[in-house]
Ligand binder design. Structure first.
Ligand code: ADP
Ligand code: MG
Length: 463
């Protein structure tokens, strides 16, 4: 057997080793996402190939893929992980239907269907399960929650309302809850900045800007999620600015979320930042222990009533899970699901030590490692200023750490080579390839290098 074959064998999962029962996984999608989302989007996903740590899933069109990736990917991954812990990535492949490709009329029909589904209206769906009733109040979100409710009582009193905070802390949940509350009496538009961009580009291509402008400007409540996404996109910012102004002029309520405060949005026009900051800015902080415990308890109740089963987690175990989950609420819920899945499979009341074992695996897998974090940890580790590490200087004491950081960025994040290059002071992707190769080679030859990399890796996973 040659070298390539050995490699392949490690990557592929052979027929006997396949562990996923795709039918079962899809059943669980139905339960988690509800029938409507399931039949419109998820039912059509097929399993193409299973690897140890990732899956290739098939979808019918590019549009389908974009939609699923932007709305459901996190949850889908969370869900499949509960069947197979070692999975940490999902890729989509567009499968052309060969039956149709020879039949032109059918293709035409198909295209029409896609066009209709692709209409803006389809993006304006609010998720009924993200409401005020199941949003748990805590010290970290108290202010954001109470102003979100106030906005619902007095439209355009706090305008715009700008909610900021890190990932997984509940921004989308709050925005969605506001939309639900207001939708019966208002024309509510709820869209992520990313989708806004998508429609913007599509309308330009189709020469249909008039409809685009009209559509957004007729809303009386305009909710836009993750506005940081407009950074660097000048023409989109221009359009957003005009939409924003015309909505404000006619007294529509605008609600915005972002991962940072308005003034900290980089590569966003100053006039937009000051418009965004001109109403009320509230932030959501990381949850404290009490909030985490309350969220876990609420989630347990939800799962119990949804699946008509009894979930037996002791107070001790609950507070253990809460204290161990350090980053955000999305992660907390992911961990809880994992623990519950384990107790189901083993049909037992879990002890702290069971939980420790489960979490050990979970934490090493779902820790989110970002390029920023890698750069910080690496420069600290080698005790050099970050700015020197990113600079153009080529002396070895700077170049090696820089290469190590690029190598880890490639290995530990899902960023592409060009993206990584850009994050390292706009270097070319070939520089990144060279760095990765160099470090792979050095760590095979040099024990010191190997040790350093493994230490940095564990620092990254600990934090
Ligand atoms: P963000 O948009 O800030 O990244 P999300 O709104 O998507 O975060 O929240 C992540 C997950 O955590 C969602 O499942 C959400 O329902 C849940 N969540 C966040 N905050 C709360 C809360 N206070 N009470 C209940 N669930 C919450
Ligand atoms: Mg969000």
């Amino acid at each position: 057997m040659d070298k390539n074959n050995i490699k392949k064998q490690n990557l592929y999962v052979s027929e006997e080793e396949k562990t996923l029962n795709w039918g079962e996984v899809k059943d669980s999608f139905k339960k988690t996402f509800g029938n409507e989302i399931y039949t419109s989007w998820l039912q059509k996903i097929s399993l193409i190939k299973e690897y140890n740590d990732y899956l290739i899933l098939g979808v019918p069109t590019r549009f389908f893929r974009d939609w699923i990736v932007s709305r459901y990917l996190d949850k889908i991954l969370e869900q499949v992980k509960s069947f197979k812990l070692s999975l940490n990535r999902i890729e989509f492949k567009i499968i052309e239907d060969s039956k149709n490709s020879s039949d032109l009329t059918k293709i035409d029909e198909l295209n029409k269907v896609t066009e209709i589904k692709d209409s803006i209206l389809n993006y304006n769906r609010l998720n009924p399960s993200l409401n005020f009733d199941n949003f748990i109040k805590g010290k970290s979100n108290d202010i954001a929650l109470s102003y979100s409710k106030k906005v619902c009582e007095h439209i355009s009193r706090y305008n715009p309302l700008y909610i900021c905070g890190g990932v997984g802390l509940g921004k989308t949940h709050l925005l969605n809850a506001i939309g639900l509350q207001l939708q019966s009496e208002n024309n509510v538009m709820f869209i992520s900045a990313e989708r806004f961009m998508y429609h913007f580009i599509k309308s330009i291509k189709k020469n249909d800007m008039v409809n685009f402008k009209d559509f957004f400007r007729k809303s009386s409540v305009f909710i836009i999620d993750d506005i940081q996404f407009i950074r660097g996109k000048e023409s989109l910012q221009e359009e957003f600015f005009h939409t924003f102004n015309s909505l404000m002029d006619k007294g529509s309520q605008i609600i915005i979320s972002a991962d940072r405060t308005p003034m900290k949005l980089d590569r966003v026009q100053e006039r937009i930042k000051s418009r965004l900051a001109g109403g009320l800015v509230v932030d959501i902080d990381s949850p404290d222990l009490e909030l985490k415990v309350n969220i876990i308890k609420k989630k347990i109740l939800e799962i119990e009533s949804q699946f008509k089963e009894n979930i037996n987690l002791s107070e001790e175990v609950i507070s253990y899970i809460a204290s161990e989950s350090k980053t955000n609420i999305r992660e907390l819920i992911g961990i809880l699901n994992r623990v519950i899945a384990f107790s189901r499979v083993h049909n037992k009341v879990l002890t702290i030590s069971d939980c420790k074992n489960i979490l050990k695996d979970v934490f090493s897998q779902i820790k989110v490692v970002t390029v920023d974090k890698i750069q910080n940890v690496v420069s600290n580790f080698f005790n050099i200023p970050l700015s020197d590490m990113l600079s153009q200087r080529r002396s070895r004491p700077l170049a090696r750490p820089r290469q190590i950081a690029m190598f880890l960025a490639k290995k530990m994040t899902s960023r592409s080579l060009p993206e990584i290059g850009r994050r390292f002071a706009n270097r070319d992707h070939t520089t990144v390839i060279h760095a990765v190769k160099t470090i792979v080679r050095l760590s095979e030859q040099d024990d010191e290098m190997k040790k350093n990399i493994s230490q940095i890796r564990s620092l990254l996973l600990e934090q």
